[in-house]
Write a protein of this length. Structure first.
Ligand code: FNR
Length: 437
């Protein structure tokens, strides 16, 4: 995958803000559907990304960045390629550049988080800690600007003094960044503190690069028209929305908010299609349901322990079955074209794995956080797993067994991921190997 244009325009844009746990692929695609022009991924830490391998997932048609423990850390697809911004947490220029190079062919821009006030971020010198180290900011941004083919941006908070804020942003601008997102609160302020439209405005007036105003959810932004008002109040080029979009991503729709049920169903469909991990799906749906978490549907969601159960809570059981069947068929088809599918993948020279043997495990049921069936761990423990599987099959042959008398794909659907994850992973491998060619 290559982005056609190397430069992304940050003028006059509606932007989905970076949000940890919220800004995964389903949410980004949904925001794009509803009219967002640019979508940020959740902040991903440089050290974690540097452990990842880039894997082309032919089953899902995605590109996955997979950690050594086979968890998918970042998943993206062609649909968002020209509009997704990769946000990283970093405190080191060389590491930042290495991450940018790793992802640059799959994203439209690179952003550095300089606003996160949480201890886990600031302790490592990342996030808002950078705001008190302008030399480091300069080093990181200028290294990125020189070294990557994508536009580079950063997201900051304001400083207690306007004068200091203005001198910082001018210094940042000189590094050659393409735009700057400004959350109009200081590092110490929480969401309940009013956002300073005046500070954002002063920044927008002094800089030549586009300023992206952020911090308006709740007090200023509750529907689409408010976004325009916030833009005017801050004199910014563009507006970035976090919480209001997390509560209802149709905030980006000119025609106005869509009913939450419709939005959640759309979200779930993407989550299933892109094999999002059910815990992440559940988290995002809980953010949307908010006050309705005590409703019958909220309680079902709360109890759900798999994507299937989430789908059932939202009347999408049939959709789940159909989609997973299609993904299974696709995988089987790819494997059928692939001789010796259980051998070691070929030596990686390009950093890309197009071979179905390399498909992350989550392609079927685990999503981010899942294990890949080609994992070295699975290979190493294959023999014990076979013994375990035989034992398990014997045990489960009792009539009371949830797996009794069903096809392998029904076994899977009856097993709860949390309880028998390892066994399930093996059954899946076994079944894939036996898939007709
Ligand atoms: C955030 N925020 C955030 N910021 C950032 O730069 N990187 C991140 O990964 C996150 N993660 C995150 C998660 C969640 C759940 C929330 C609510 C917020 C901050 C966010 O991008 C934004 O700056 C603030 O929420 C203010 O914007 P709104 O909410 O007023 O539109």
């Amino acid at each position: 995958m290559m982005v056609n244009s190397l430069s992304l325009c940050y003028h006059n844009k509606l932007i989905l803000a970076p949000m940890v746990r919220v800004g995964t692929l389903p949410m980004r695609l949904l925001a794009l559907d509803y009219g967002a022009d640019i979508v940020y991924c959740e902040e991903l830490i440089d050290l974690k990304m540097l452990q990842c391998k880039r894997v082309v997932n032919d089953v899902l048609s995605t590109v996955d960045f997979v950690a050594p423990d086979d968890r998918v850390v970042f998943r993206t697809c062609e649909r968002e390629q020209s509009r997704v911004i990769f946000q990283m947490g970093t405190s080191d220029a060389e590491r930042a550049l290495a991450v940018a190079r790793l992802v640059e062919n799959d994203v439209a821009g690179i952003d550095v988080n300089m606003g996160c006030p949480k201890e886990y971020s600031t302790k490592g010198g990342m996030g808002a800690a950078l705001l008190s180290d302008p030399d480091k900011i300069e080093k990181i941004l200028s290294t990125l600007v020189k070294g990557t083919r994508r536009p580079v941006t950063c997201k900051i908070r304001i400083l207690p003094s306007l004068e200091d804020t203005l001198s910082l942003v001018k210094r940042i601008e000189r590094t050659g960044i393409a735009a700057i997102a400004v959350h109009g609160r200081t590092r110490e302020e929480r969401p309940q503190h009013p956002v300073s439209c005046e500070a954002i405005k002063a920044i927008a007036e002094i800089l030549s690069v586009p300023v992206i105003a952020n911090g308006g959810s709740h007090d200023h932004i509750q529907e689409y028209l408010d976004i325009q008002d916030f833009r005017q109040a801050t004199a910014a080029s563009s507006v970035m929305v976090a919480r209001a979009a997390m509560w209802n991503p149709s905030i980006f729709l000119k025609e106005g908010l869509r009913p939450l049920q419709e939005v959640m169903q759309k979200y779930i469909r993407y989550a299933v299609q892109y094999d999002n991990h059910y815990t992440n799906t559940k988290y995002c749906l809980c953010q949307m349901l908010r006050e309705q978490l005590e409703s019958p549907q909220g309680k079902l969601l709360h109890a759900a322990q798999s994507s299937r159960e989430i789908c059932e809570a939202f009347g999408l059981g049939a959709f789940y079955e159909e989609t997973t069947r299609e993904l299974d068929a696709r995988r089987a088809e790819l494997l059928a074209k692939t001789p010796g599918e259980v051998e070691e993948p070929a030596e990686d020279t390009s950093g890309e794995h197009t071979h179905p043997r390399s498909l992350p495990r989550c392609a079927c049921w685990s999503g981010a956080g899942g294990r890949s069936w080609h994992s070295p761990c699975m290979k190493r423990f294959n023999a014990p797993w076979i013994a375990f599987s035989v034992l398990l099959s014997l045990l489960l042959s009792k009539s009371t067994s949830p797996l009794c008398g069903t096809s392998p794909r029904n076994w899977r659907s009856r097993l709860r991921p949390s309880s028998v994850c390892g066994a399930r992973a093996f059954l899946r491998v076994d079944w894939v190997r036996r898939a007709p060619r």
